[in-house]
Design a binder for this molecule. Structure first.
Ligand code: 5GP
Length: 194
């Protein structure tokens, strides 16, 4: 489905440093709107409801699924995550540029819905570095880290489904690469008004 505005979907295995790259990108690209996802994952220290995520109980999340309120949702690392249609529409209605952080299933679902999207996969420099970053974060238990590491392999294997792959060896360079992708996408002839 063609929509006004630019829909950018970014996925990465947990620990690839996607959040840091996106923070840097947003400083460079203030036009980017950012949907707030809903999740059943408990908040990490410093995370705020309505800002980092809408933190919901599983029952509340499932009620919204049943009511058809999600544009997409998926079970990731044993928790539910989803993009509310209201949130996506709010950002798209502004006719701006919208960034969505979803997992690989979320990207597939959004693409399946026919959204005209630009998909970017952020890769860690290596699986060893991924594990080191997950442990250094210090926010997750060993069990949670084990699940995230096991899932990372499958996510990395799916990178070829994305339009672009950006390796996060240095945050500045990764953010610059994504900014360059945005600049190129804005210049696509079919996005230009006649
Ligand atoms: P975290 O718990 O580290 O914040 O996120 C875990 C995973 O859930 C990441 O891969 C993240 O991209 C994914 N995720 C976050 N929000 C959504 C969403 O709305 N939909 C989907 N499908 N995945 C999401």
């Amino acid at each position: 489905m063609a929509q006004d505005g630019l829909l950018i979907v970014i996925s990465a295995p947990s620990g690839a440093g996607k959040r840091t790259v996106i923070e840097r990108l947003r400083a460079q690209e203030p036009r980017l709107a950012h949907t707030v996802s809903a999740t059943t994952r408990p908040p990490r220290t410093g995370e705020a409801d309505g800002q980092d995520y809408y933190f919901l109980s599983r029952a509340d999340f499932e009620a919204k699924v049943a009511a058809g309120q999600f544009a997409e949702w998926a079970e990731v690392h044993n928790n539910l995550y989803g993009t509310l249609t209201s949130e996506l529409d709010r950002c798209l209605a502004a006719d701006g540029e919208v960034l969505l952080e979803v997992d690989v299933q979320g990207m597939r679902n959004l693409r399946g819905l026919g959204y005209d999207l630009v998909s970017i996969f952020v890769m860690p420099p290596s699986m060893e570095e991924l594990e080191r970053r997950l442990r250094a974060r210090g926010t997750d238990s060993n069990d949670v880290i084990a699940v995230r590491l096991a899932n990372a392999e499958g996510e990395v294997a799916a990178r070829g489904e994305f339009d672009y792959i950006v390796v996060n060896d240095k945050v500045e360079r990764a953010a610059d690469d994504i900014a360059a992708i945005l600049r190129a996408e804005r210049c696509r002839s079919y996005r230009q008004q006649p």
